[in-house]
Design a protein around this ligand. Structure first.
Ligand SMILES: NC(=O)c1ccc[n+]([C@@H]2O[C@H](COP(=O)([O-])OP(=O)(O)OC[C@H]3O[C@@H](n4cnc5c(N)ncnc54)[C@H](O)[C@@H]3O)[C@@H](O)[C@H]2O)c1
Length: 338
């Protein structure tokens, strides 16, 4: 049997703990050798919880360790681009959470460092690994829907994040809708040429005071002629609302929400069921395992990862175009954003 791929996880907050748990307990062929967090207590707790032998507050100890093959970057967004460049220079393969950065120049520097070092880079667009969306993508690739004409993505959170998070997140388009821009490119297999945005503050005025919106529709014109819409809300009172529809010349594919059970209760006044799985950690749990399994396999088998640096860059560019469209009240070509 081949030796396991030895990984270091940088950042052990919400998503870093989840990835560490999966790599340590659920993914064969992977071993988490060390975790780091600027808050040492967070790294130590994560290490203790998931049986990781080493915890540190200094990520450079992971990068200097010749026994570590790859790093998983799960720290705050503003650290990603710098850490990618450092990890690449240290010769480590890299899995990095989205977004790479909130500025294209920083993304380009990080991607240049990866190219120069010749290491692998996979971006954490986990929804591509969700069984529903994979099936829709497969139907499109197989031609079962015919030539796609329309794409509709609905993506609504159960509740807004804290205002402190909203202020540093990059805003709805770069923090939340970025997943939907990636899904749009993934499903349609063509680049977005132009966007037009309508957006408002309908959920919480504090989000508006922080300079962001909480409700938005973005219309997308793809280079291959497909027309798409994405709608986001920061608050759906019935839970996490995540659906996709692709309408084509030969038919249509649509996904529904995922539920904790399939029980339907019929009564004299209504037929009811429980609410959908509440948020991303529940709804997309399998996709997080699948994306890291694929990353580990790519490193082990020396294959290129399926979600590339360009896949990380393009949705940021589309998100910036969407924001500019809102600000200028006009359609914006994605190529305007450089
Ligand atoms: N793919 C997804 O569905 C998904 C979901 C959640 C978060 N994310 C992304 O993951 C990243 C982290 O999000 P989170 O919700 O886990 O945030 P979080 O605030 O819970 O955790 C971030 C952690 O990084 C640590 N940190 C900051 N700078 C560091 C550094 N230089 N070295 C080591 N540790 C450092 C912080 O102390 C904190 O513990 C964000 O970029 C976010 O966009 C992606």
């Amino acid at each position: 049997m081949n030796p396991p791929i030895r990984l270091g996880v940088i950042g052990t907050g919400r998503i870093g703990r989840l990835h560490t748990e999966h790599l340590a307990l659920r993914i064969s062929g992977a071993k988490v050798a060390a975790v780091s967090d600027v808050v040492l207590a967070a790294a130590e707790k994560c290490a203790a919880d998931f049986g990781v032998p080493s915890a540190t507050s200094d990520h450079r100890r992971l990068l200097d360790d010749p026994a570590i093959n790859a790093v998983v970057i799960c720290s705050s967004t503003d650290t990603h681009a710098g850490l990618i460049a450092e990890a690449a220079a240290a010769g480590k393969h890299i899995f990095c959470e989205k977004p790479i950065a909130l500025e294209l120049a920083a993304i380009d520097r990080a991607l240049a460092a990866v190219a120069q070092a010749g290491v692998k880079l996979q971006i954490g667009f986990n929804r591509r690994f969700d069984a529903n969306y994979r099936r829709v993508a497969e139907l499109i690739r197989q031609g079962r829907l015919g030539d796609p004409h329309l794409l509709r993505i609905t993506s609504r959170d159960p509740a807004p994040p804290p205002i402190t998070y909203v202020k540093v997140s990059g805003g709805l388009f770069l923090d939340m809708m970025i997943h939907d821009f990636d899904m749009a490119r993934f499903l349609i297999g063509s680049e977005v040429d132009e966007v037009y945005t309508l957006a408002a503050v309908r959920v919480d005025p504090a989000i508006g005071q922080a300079g962001d919106v909480d409700t938005a529709v973005v219309a997308l014109q793809f280079e291959n002629g497909v027309i798409g819409t994405i709608d986001n809300s920061r608050r759906a009172v019935f839970g996490y609302d995540q659906r996709v529809e692709v309408f084509g010349a030969k038919g249509m594919a649509e996904t529904s929400n995922n539920y904790p059970n399939s029980v339907v209760v019929s009564g004299p006044e209504a037929i009811a069921r429980d609410l959908p799985l509440n948020f991303f950690l529940d709804r997309y749990i399998d996709s997080y395992v699948a994306e890291l399994t694929e990353f580990v396999r790519c490193v082990a088998q020396d294959r290129p990862p399926p979600v590339t640096g360009i896949d990380g860059r393009r949705p940021v560019q589309i998100g910036m175009a969407a924001r500019r469209s809102l600000d200028l009240h006009r359609p914006v070509k994605v190529a305007e954003i450089q």
